[in-house]
Design a binder for this molecule. Structure first.
Ligand SMILES: NC(=O)C1=CN([C@@H]2O[C@H](COP(=O)(O)OP(=O)(O)OC[C@H]3O[C@@H](n4cnc5c(N)ncnc54)[C@H](O)[C@@H]3O)[C@@H](O)[C@H]2O)C=CC1
Ligand SMILES: CCCCCC(=O)O
Length: 491
């Protein structure tokens, strides 16, 4: 059993209470690591360390270029340690090593990109409209930022927050998911090696109600960046509003993957599988509703079933495994419950539909599951399962596809498969989602804004504008001192 420590003020740290919790490997169901179970006192210690580093340390004296250079060094270190970080994430969330090692390498780009952006935040200086006055606009960091992350892609979704936050000159307190705390703590050694001063980056480990909420409500925290479920997102947003903290929320989705009758099925069938069965469906952008044009419905379904049946369930560390266990026992139960709800609602389970134990493995496996005869008003079509469960619905024309696709409370992403440029443009305009993929699915990038419409979130991450979520403009008016004729009226 590996014992981890929190990271506060540049030093390893236990919880004041001495309490600890454990992490379970989803493939073996064995406990493998222990973590301090932080409470409000520990959170206060971390926030005050971050605040001291923001106000009194040498971090505020660093130039934007120096901050950027440190982030570029961190990018190189992340790349160097990618496989080790990925293996730790797999041990915590059970996702395929092949996916997590690619992801670990890819996330280095966020640190390099925002490192490059750090000294390029410029704004137009407004024209002077008052004689004898020079005015300037500067962009200043917010202060202490709370970064709260989930278990499905801990380090990638942390990078989306940590990179712009540091590039902008803030200090942070990170609260990783209680299911996947290890990789974030392992990253701290690389943050230190990159030369980022003690106290600038702090990590508290523990549970949402015991550590997460005290972090959100701490008076010295000025910004909360959160990725996770809708319930937690709503609670966080309401709490943060009490003292007007800035908030960005990346929440869930119920994304449609729409295949027209002119689509290239050689690409669309694997595209549908990538959308729902990659990461065992544990991603906010999962294409969990598959809309098939009547003209290709049967042919598509036949090919989809054939390709999915060939998927190998097994050890996430093995290169030939396609489907690994889901991350937690709670998630495993939630997904199986939704499968029973779908059956009870009258959907037809044409593949999968139950837990699995490939080769006798004890992991939290769920068979890749496909439902047909789904109506869009069913819970299985309206609610986020966050697992390998696909709902298929037919449509006859573009208007019907748009009506089904938009008739959910979420609006995170959507896929459209067609070779008709006009239809691609029309669908991209009409679909209510923050990301539209045409003839591809699940692409995200450090260069491209990501975020949701409706209940899928608040604000955007990624892209050059995302750094503005971690800055605040300050206008400075410089005037020669002179007496005004009548101080009782504003000229
Ligand atoms: N959008 C996404 O990428 C993700 C969505 N989800 C969805 O959320 C559902 C619940 O999954 P969970 O792991 O329980 O996610 P969660 O949303 O409860 O937890 C995510 C993070 O927020 C923290 N947290 C939870 N409640 C909090 C609160 N009141 N104040 C401050 N921090 C809080 C957790 O400790 C964790 O670090 C999943 O079934 C899935 O549907 C889960 C993970 C990622
Ligand atoms: C919001 C996009 C998340 C990308 C990593 C994942 O699929 O978990």
């Amino acid at each position: 059993m590996k014992d981890y420590h929190m990271w506060i003020g540049g030093a390893p740290c236990e919880a004041a209470s001495g309490a600890r919790f454990t992490s379970t490997n989803p493939y073996t169901r064995e406990e493998w690591a222990r973590f301090p179970r932080a409470s409000a006192d520990d959170v206060d210690h971390a926030v005050r360390s971050a605040h001291a580093a923001f106000t009194d340390g040498d971090w505020p004296t660093w130039t934007a270029s120096a901050r950027g250079a440190a982030l570029v060094r961190l990018a190189a270190l992340v790349t160097e340690h990618a496989d080790r970080l990925a293996e730790i994430e797999v041990r915590d969330n059970g996702k395929l090593f092949a996916e997590m090692s690619n992801q670990a390498r890819y996330m280095a780009n966020w640190y390099a990109y925002y490192g490059g952006l750090a000294d390029k935040v410029e704004g137009l200086v407004p024209p002077i409209d008052k004689p004898g006055v020079l005015n300037m606009v500067t962009y200043e960091p917010l202060g202490v930022c709370a970064l709260i992350t989930p278990w499905n892609s801990p380090l990638l979704l942390l990078a989306w927050k940590l990179a712009p936050a540091l590039a902008a000159g803030n200090t942070v307190v990170i609260k990783p998911s209680e299911y996947t705390s290890a990789s974030t703590l392992e990253l701290m050694a690389l943050v230190e090696e990159a030369g980022i001063p003690a106290g600038v980056v702090n990590v508290v480990t523990g549970f949402g109600d015991e550590a997460g909420m005290p972090l959100v409500t701490h008076p010295l925290v000025r910004k909360v960046a959160f990725t996770g479920g809708e319930a937690a997102g709503r609670a966080i947003n309401e709490a943060a509003a009490r003292d007007f903290k800035k908030v960005t929320l990346e929440l869930g989705g119920k994304s449609p993957n729409i295949v027209f009758d002119d689509a290239d099925l050689d690409a669309a069938v694997p595209g549908a599988i990538s959308g729902i069965f990659a990461a065992s469906g544990q991603t906010c952008i999962a294409g969990s509703r598959l809309l098939l044009h009547d003209g290709i419905y049967d042919a598509f379904l036949e090919r989809l079933l054939e390709m999915t049946r060939a998927a190998k369930l097994g050890d996430p560390m093995e290169a030939d495994t396609n489907i690994s266990p889901v991350a937690t026992e709670a998630q495993h139960r939630k997904i199986l419950d939704y499968i029973e709800i779908a059956k009870a609602e009258g959907a037809t389970c044409v593949l999968g539909g139950k837990a699995a134990s490939p080769g006798g493995a004890p992991g939290y496996f769920v068979e890749p599951t496909i439902f047909t005869d789904v109506r869009n008003d069913m819970r299985i079509a309206q609610e986020e399962v966050f697992g390998p469960v696909l709902s298929i619905m037919p449509f006859s024309d573009e208007d019907e596809a748009v009506a089904i696709a938009n008739d959910v409370l979420y609006g995170l992403a959507a896929g459209v498969w067609t070779n008709d440029l006009h239809r691609a443009l029309s669908m991209s305009r009409r679909l209510q989602a923050g990301t539209i993929w045409v003839n591809t699915y699940r692409s995200t990038s450090y260069t491209t804004p990501f975020g949701g419409y409706k209940l899928s979130g608040l604000g955007r991450e990624n892209g050059s504008q995302a750094i503005m979520e971690y800055l605040q403009p300050k206008s400075v008016w410089l005037a020669e001192p002179r007496a005004v004729a009548n101080p009782f009226i504003r000229r």
